[in-house]
Design a protein. Structure first.
Length: 513
């Protein structure tokens, strides 16, 4: 790829695979599948620079799923490109609509979450006709009714010369999902690289993965037995009327049953439907309680039961009056007052202390699924004199939430080694550029291969890294870990098949038999 006038080559030397992928992406709607930490954003910059050079009045739009990621892309683009800084625009809902309209007229490269673009197109303050490139980051989200797909539809209906570049490290472990992403983005070419490819291998840093197991305490087992007895009773009732097909049912399936029953009840107001809607709701609530007990501990379970007692619904009242649930709650209260916590917490503190002793300025990310757990981890680290920050979303759940400004500030402080440990919910999974993170700890495994890859990818970006999974033996932790493991294996097979098909197609194009 020839040198582009809008790139500062003193700050950025493109790698061969980045140039080759960009060469495809300037010609056709392209899906780029590239492992985390190997510079997908820089490929987008190369394509953007080519567009600006060849379409003098053309504009570019880059979509990202979160505001911190939007800000990060803005920072990376402005650092690498020689374009006037005023022509780069990050859009947020805090900018007044009339001001955004002016920015659309004056800017050249725009960064935004999809919802704001959809709203502005629908409000006629944004016309996409002279946008010649749409970059979709974390494009595996381009399924069903996610806002990405709606922006893409509007883009293709308005742009004079639409071109799409989709970027992802983890397209998912289901062939039909990858096909849906391709269809939604109108993909014409796929560029795939794995850690084993000759042009990528020199840049891949090794990541050591370790599983650390803990035993579930005997007191937890008694509580679990009470909850599971009630849970199985509810599943049996659903099974008896064929609402579920077996006693081995996932939470997702139960939520689908609840949704289906809710729709039926709205249509019929049938008392029998209402009865099973209550049973499904009770099963979902207790499944969540068991999950909290096994993977999080007494503190979040105690809080969950307190919240349930405030719930006035008939399903909750009936559940809380059951002797087994009353017994479980009483035991939880007793253990809460004793301060008994999940053994994972003790192990976590032990690991982090050991890491800091070995390397004083070490950087560690701890991922936890629930905000209550994030707060609890922070409190334990504080007690042990370990500098840490919570990294959560903006939504104010339980009175807590981080503004976009605070999120960016925390990432910067972490990068500059002002503290050792970042404790993050799912907000920390996608795309955060935090160089040289030494260790990623999963407080609990997640059953999603995409989320596992994204969390794991926060380390091993510029140098070798480590990942630790904390797993409670004989619990959902184990099931979730192996579920994600097998899904990722399946995804790698799908990607491998894709690469083979692309290679065979290229051979045919060159007339080689």
């Amino acid at each position: 790829m020839k040198k582009l006038s809008f790139i500062n080559y003193e700050k950025f030397q493109p790698r061969l695979y980045q140039e080759m992928i960009a060469s495809t992406a300037i010609q056709r709607n392209t899906l780029c599948i590239l492992p985390t930490g190997l510079g997908k954003t820089y490929i987008a910059i190369l394509v953007a620079a080519w567009i600006l050079e060849n379409k003098p009045n053309g504009k570019i739009l880059m979509l990202a799923p979160t505001r911190p990621l939007v800000q990060q892309h803005l920072k990376t683009f402005t650092n690498i490109m020689t374009l006037d800084k005023q022509l780069f625009v990050a859009l947020t809902g805090k900018i007044k609509q009339e001001d955004r309209k002016i920015l659309y007229e004056k800017g050249r490269i725009f960064f935004a979450t999809p919802q704001i673009i959809k709203n502005d197109v629908d409000s006629n303050i944004l016309d996409l006709s002279n946008f010649y490139l749409l970059i979709v980051d974390e494009c595996h989200r381009s399924v069903k009714k996610y806002a990405y797909t709606e922006v893409v539809e509007r883009y293709f209906s308005q742009s004079l010369e639409p071109l799409v570049l989709g970027l992802t490290a983890s397209p998912g472990g289901m062939q039909d999902k990858i096909e849906e992403v391709k269809k939604k983005l109108k993909i014409e070419a796929i560029e795939v690289r794995t850690e084993k490819d000759f042009d990528v291998k020199p840049y891949v840093k090794e990541t050591e993965i370790e599983r650390i197991y803990v035993d579930i305490p005997e007191e937890f087992r008694w509580i679990r037995a009470m909850l599971e007895d009630y849970y199985k009773e509810k599943l049996s009732e659903l099974l008896s009327v064929n609402l579920i097909l077996s006693m081995k049912v996932s939470k997702k399936e139960l939520l689908e049953v609840q949704k289906k029953l809710g729709e039926m009840y709205n249509d019929t107001r049938d008392g029998k439907v209402a009865k099973y809607l209550v049973i499904a709701s009770q099963a979902i609530k207790i499944e969540h309680a068991i999950n909290l007990l096994e993977t999080q501990g007494i503190f979040p379970l105690h809080k969950y039961f307190l919240d349930l007692k405030k719930n006035k619904s008939s399903s909750t009242k009936g559940m809380l009056n059951d002797k087994r649930i009353i017994g479980a709650i009483n035991k939880v209260n007793e253990l809460y007052l004793k301060g008994l916590e999940h053994p994972k917490m003790t192990k976590l503190i032990e690991i982090i202390k050991e890491e800091i002793e070995k390397k004083r300025n070490t950087k560690i990310i701890v991922f936890a699924n629930f905000r209550d757990t994030v707060s609890q981890i922070k409190a334990y680290l504080d007690k042990n004199g370990i500098e840490a920050r919570e990294f959560i979303g903006q939504a104010k759940k339980g009175g807590k939430g981080l503004s976009q400004k605070d999120q960016v500030k925390i990432i910067n402080e972490f990068e500059y080694e002002l503290f050792n440990v970042l404790i993050a919910t799912s907000i920390g999974e996608e795309g955060l550029s935090i160089p040289a993170v030494d260790l990623v700890i999963f407080y609990e495994p997640v059953p999603s291969e995409i989320r596992t890859i994204q969390r794991r990818g926060r380390t091993g970006r510029t140098e070798s890294g480590r990942v630790i999974f904390l797993i409670t033996k004989g619990t959902r932790d184990e099931w979730y870990y192996w579920s994600a493991f097998h899904k990722e294996k399946r995804m790698k097979n799908i990607i491998s098949d894709l690469k083979s098909k692309i290679r065979n197609s290229n051979i045919k194009d060159f007339g080689v038999s």
